[in-house]
Design a protein. Structure first.
Lengths: 621, 481
């Protein structure tokens, strides 16, 4: 089995290659079909791992040594353990569903071939990222998904705002990419290896506190930028300029979870730095709360979901931070299902309303689109963590409850719980505004084909049912998840008995409180007095504007200053007159010296000889 | 004594090439104009068989012909590469030669003789043998450059190359005679032993090494002995340029290795300093002057000068690792140059050489696949990862830093940045400029197309999976020191 691991990222990579080279001849329809087949093939290989050997012990596939210079050695090794298995299942299977959905969703659009090329490349990059056992290979995947994210956000590049949004996403995540790379450099400088499986034992065996602190902070910034965590979250709401399918795949199910995955993968590193995990927990809970509050005031259907993604990722980080990484991973899986569903459904909603994103203009969609309504409702249930019948009840509430048990968990618990109220609030506000009430006259006819319905139905089923893998402790029913991951991630703290019951009850109450909040918010919004008028929340606590004013704006000002002053006066004269023209002039002068006269060539050779003689004679021996 | 034996079997590939060159010459006399393919196919067969023979010798070591002929891993591996490169040259150029009525037996014979010279250079263990090999290689090339007798530019290039080449040979010969006078022997291993007693502070030895290095630098095309190179590259028919930019680079590296490492390693402190000077001048001249070129072949000629500078960085390091990286660089460069000139050969047709940079305008629109290959080739020449060109530069710089030449390495990296400019400019013209209507490329030779594809993709694939080639090249230099 292990020698076939390369096929998992190999298939989408092949698809991208074929589309890039021969896509023109295939035509857009076949480009799409080919692109959709590739993640399906990958997920079949993943399925074979599930059914066959499993990933315990971890499967290793050493492809080849990319380079070996001195002690710098990069082995391209793929590694699949249980955690990776979860990630690659999401990336390949959810990836396939989104490819399938795209077939109808994007038909007749411009740049279909480009879209499918980048989508396949993205899936390949994501699979490489998750399967890499070498930090450099991981970084390769990390950069690939970043590039594809940029290209796909700007997919409809003919509108300048979309290109701007792509650029913003790229630049912000780029900061994180750079710090991640610096962190990798630091680790290599200390431990002389880039292989994760050799590195982590070394980190525990020979700790170097100062360096580990620096490296883990740098890597954490990388993870935060990729996963859109406070204060690097500013790119994600703008990234909604891309097609909804892209948001579903990249900005919900896979790429943004890469930061969480990185933290789980390098847990040994973060655990070796005192106080690090606690900080991650508090920051995660804070992001969860903060983004949920912003979600309440958004009017763009996709921006609601974008803030929701930021918030849900915060819960995952919180899970990792409080020592419950297996619950964080569980929520990652659950979130991938319901958020991909919500994004794809919102894509359909936007098409129905003729490209209008504003939820205040919508309403009563349940009458004409019952299928869309029920699947969307399943996603909303999961997002709001409705007790018993939604998956997030078993994952998100488990994280919040676990945080109550750990030392210093008070702040995360309080933030997490209030975040849960807000989450249910914005989720149901969105649902009530779009699907309930009187039908809007903007609504157009739209017939979803089976290619759109099947993914939605599958993901809706998963959003409801996947939580039943892991019931709270003491409940009848399966308890598969945490025990299955225990050998790798350990058992998370979980409340039992009366305490457990009370905490679960409090969580359920929070959800119902949130639903009431959502109903109230929707009614006010209908009446034109909604939370969206509250600029503080709608602008995301003014953070985006503040950051833009603090960092890029001074640079622009400095740039204008330099262009107006220094550039015109000094650099144009010096650098152009000096360096560039100097290079060019010397190039032409030297070239003219070689004017084709053989005698002159001979003379220059003799001169060269004399030069060498002079050199050697003047050299002290 | 072991090495006094007359082990003629060690020289089977050389003997085979010599015999077959004569056969091709004879056959060519008797076949008519129509059956010229016979000579061509026979030459191809000769090269394939020579590769097989060389391969079968892999792993054997020893001396033959009374110590004048040396078989070691380096001999086998370097010979294999020059034979492979000659094969590439022939497969690229059939259509080109046909179209210009150059498709004649003499070309094949001269090519085989040049190859024979290169093979002798690689396996010689005696100053006289080395000199014979060098002259055989050089004379064949003079004739090849000037082969288009009617073409003024070609004859001029050939004559210049001949005059300057003779001067360089004289320098080299003078260095050899000084070395002989100093040690009393022509045998490189005897020279190595004798030099232990001489010591590197000997003025006569310095003089000898200066002349030897000057001669070698000329043959490499390192500045300031590079003047012949752009004229010869531009004037020669492109397949000949193709040959000149690939096979001799490896052969001359062998010449350096035999004389100054096998024989003269005792004088490393002397020749290392000389190579530092050559590196600096070559990197500057090669990379800066190339900027001013509008002719692709001339630009690539200056690129050769610059690349010989990078190669010599490994020589300056002088360690086992450094020499191995230099050999690796030579091999990689040879394959990059074949691809680059092969592309020119492929695109040209009668009356159109595709040798101006502006001839490639908008290539991506008219010939997307060729433009893609051009992209790989130029990235590889500029040393952009993940191409093999990146890896070659990395290996050289790594060896250099290991030998504590930090500043030279920094200088080299800076010059690589300057170099990237003119490689990328070619890409800019080919990928972003609007195609000209009046340009029609040849590009109809399926053999050249497939060889070009394999050759260029190899640059990319070997950059992703460099392990085997690196191991192969480093193995060649095992035990040289």
């Amino acid at each position: 089995m292990t020698e076939w691991l390369f096929l998992i990222p190999g298939f989408p990579l092949l698809g991208a290659l074929i589309n890039a080279l021969f896509g023109e001849r295939l035509g857009p329809r076949w480009c799409g079909r080919l692109a959709a087949t590739m993640p399906l093939l990958s997920s079949l290989v993943v399925l074979a791992i599930w059914l066959g050997p499993g990933a315990e012990p971890a499967l290793l596939d050493r492809l080849w040594t990319w380079m070996a210079v001195g002690d710098f050695r990069v082995d391209l090794t793929l590694r699949v353990d249980d955690v990776t298995l979860v990630m690659i299942s999401i990336a390949s299977f959810v990836g396939f569903l989104i490819h399938l959905f795209s077939q109808q969703y994007l038909r007749g659009d411009y740049g279909e071939r480009r879209y499918y090329f980048y989508l396949n490349l993205f899936v390949a990059g994501m699979l490489i990222l998750t399967m890499a056992n070498n930090l450099l290979l991981l970084y390769l995947g990390w950069e690939t998904v970043g590039l594809c994210s940029y290209a796909l956000i700007s997919h409809w590049y003919r509108e300048p705002e979309n290109a701007w949004a792509g650029r913003k996403a790229f630049v912000v995540t780029r900061i994180g990419d750079t710090t991640l790379l610096l962190g990798i450099f630091l680790l290599f400088a200390q431990y002389h290896t880039l292989s994760i499986s050799t590195l982590l034992p070394l980190v525990t065996a020979q700790p170097a506190p100062a360096l580990l602190l620096a490296a883990s902070i740098l890597i954490l910034i990388g993870a935060y930028a990729k996963s859109a965590q406070f204060p690097f979250h500013i790119w994600l709401p703008d990234s909604m300029a891309g097609p909804s399918t892209v948001s579903a795949l990249i900005h919900a199910a896979t790429m943004v979870t890469a930061g969480v995955y990185l933290c789980i993968r390098l847990l040994g590193l973060f655990a070796a730095v005192p106080g690090m995990l606690e900080a991650i927990a508090v920051l995660g809970a804070w992001t969860a709360f903060f983004a949920a509050s912003c979600g309440l005031a958004q009017v763009d259907v996709k921006r609601v979901l974008a803030y929701s993604t930021i918030s849900q990722l915060g819960y995952m980080f919180m899970g990792v931070g409080i020592g419950a990484p297996s619950l964080g991973l569980f929520h990652l899986l659950v979130h991938a299902c319901f958020k991909a569903l919500l994004f794809m459904a919102s894509g359909a909603i936007i098409l129905i309303y003729a490209d209008d994103h504003d939820i205040r203009h919508m309403g009563g969609l349940k009458y004409r689109q019952p299928f869309l309504r029920w699947t969307f409702l399943a996603g909303v249930f999961a997002l709001a963590a409705v007790p018993l019948i939604s998956a997030a009840f078993y994952s998100k509430d488990a994280i919040i409850n676990a945080s109550f048990l750990v030392a210093g968990g008070g702040v995360p618990y309080a933030l997490g719980l209030s975040g849960a109220v807000l989450t249910a609030g914005y989720a149901f506000r969105l649902y009530f505004l779009v699907f309930e009430g009187k039908p809007s006259e903007l609504e157009g006819p739209y017939q979803m084909g089976w290619g759109m319905k099947i993914p939605l139905a599958l993901l809706a089923a998963a959003s409801i049912g996947i939580g039943w893998l892991q019931f709270p402790p003491g409940w009848p029913g399966p308890h598969l998840w945490v025990h299955w991951l225990a050998p790798e991630l350990g058992l998370p703290p979980r409340p039992i008995g009366l305490e457990g019951g009370l905490l679960t009850l409090v969580g359920a109450l929070a959800t119902f409180l949130g639903i009431a909040l959502g109903y109230w918010a929707a009614r006010r919004e209908r009446a034109g007095r909604g939370l969206s008028r509250w600029r503080f929340l709608a602008s995301g606590w003014w953070i985006d504007g503040t950051i833009l004013r603090l960092f890029p704006a001074p640079f622009y000002a400095l740039g204008r200053l330099l262009r107006g002053g220094v550039e015109n006066l000094g650099v144009q004269g010096l650098a152009q007159g000096g360096l560039r023209d100097g290079l060019r002039l010397s190039a032409y002068a030297l070239a003219r010296g070689e004017n084709g006269l053989a005698s002159r060539y001979a003379v220059s050779m003799i001169a060269g000889l004399l030069l060498l003689l002079l050199l050697i004679w003047s050299w002290p021996l | 004594m072991q090495n006094a034996l007359f082990h003629w079997s060690f020289a089977i590939p050389e003997i085979w090439v010599l015999a077959m060159a004569c056969v091709v010459l004879l056959v060519d006399v008797f076949v008519g104009e129509r059956q010229r393919d016979v000579a061509y196919v026979l030459s191809i067969f000769t090269l394939l068989a020579a590769m097989a023979l060389t391969w079968s010798q892999m792993g054997q070591t020893g001396f033959a012909f009374f110590g004048q002929f040396h078989l070691d891993p380096f001999t086998s591996i370097a010979s294999f590469f020059v034979e492979l490169l000659s094969l590439l040259v022939l497969s690229y150029s059939r259509k080109y030669l046909l179209r210009r009525s150059l498709y004649r037996g003499e070309v094949f014979v001269l090519l085989l003789f040049a190859l024979l010279g290169a093979l002798i250079l690689i396996s010689g263990a005696n100053l006289l043998i080395l000199y014979l090999g060098l002259e055989l290689l050089a004379l064949s090339q003079y004739a090849l450059v000037a082969f288009q007798r009617g073409n003024l530019r070609a004859t001029e290039a050939g004559l210049k190359y001949f005059i300057l080449g003779a001067l360089a040979s004289a320098l080299l010969l003078y260095g050899m005679s000084l070395l002989y006078g100093l040690t009393g022997t022509l045998d490189l291993h005897q020279i190595a032993i004798a030099l232990v007693n001489v010591g590197s502070a000997n003025y006569l030895l310095m003089l000898a090494v200066v002349f030897l290095v000057a001669g070698i630098a000329f043959k490499f095309g390192a500045a300031p002995f590079h003047m012949w190179l752009p004229d010869a590259y531009q004037g020669a028919p492109t397949p000949v340029t193709l040959f000149m930019s690939s096979v001799p680079k490896i052969a001359i590296f062998a010449l350096f290795l035999r004389i100054l490492v096998d024989g003269g390693y005792g004088s490393i402190e002397i020749w290392r300093q000389l190579f530092v000077a050559l590196v600096v001048v070559s990197l500057v001249i090669g990379n800066v002057v190339a900027i001013a070129q509008t002719n692709l072949k001339r630009m690539l000629a200056y690129s050769t000068v610059g690349n010989m500078g990078f190669l010599a960085l490994g020589i300056v390091a002088g360690t086992q690792n450094g020499l191995a990286s230099a050999f690796f660089y030579a091999v990689v460069y040879a394959f990059m140059a074949t691809a680059a000139f092969g592309l020119i050969v492929y695109l040209s047709r009668e009356g159109f050489e595709a040798e101006e940079i502006s001839d490639l305008r908008g290539l991506v629109r008219t010939r997307p696949w060729a433009a893609f290959l051009l992209l790989i080739i130029m990235f590889s020449l500029a040393g952009v990862p993940p191409t093999i060109g990146f890896y070659a530069k990395l290996a050289v710089f790594q060896a250099l830093i290991e030998a504590h030449f930090i500043w030279l390495a920094v200088f080299g990296v800076l010059m690589a940045v300057v170099g990237a400019f003119y490689y990328l400019r070619v890409l800019k013209v080919a990928l972003f400029d609007a195609p000209a209507e009046d340009l029609a490329y040849g590009a109809d030779d399926p053999l050249a197309a497939s060889v070009l594809t394999v050759n260029s993709l190899a640059l990319l694939i070997l950059g992703i999976v460099p392990g085997a080639l690196v191991a192969f090249c480093y193995h060649a230099l095992q035990g040289v020191l």
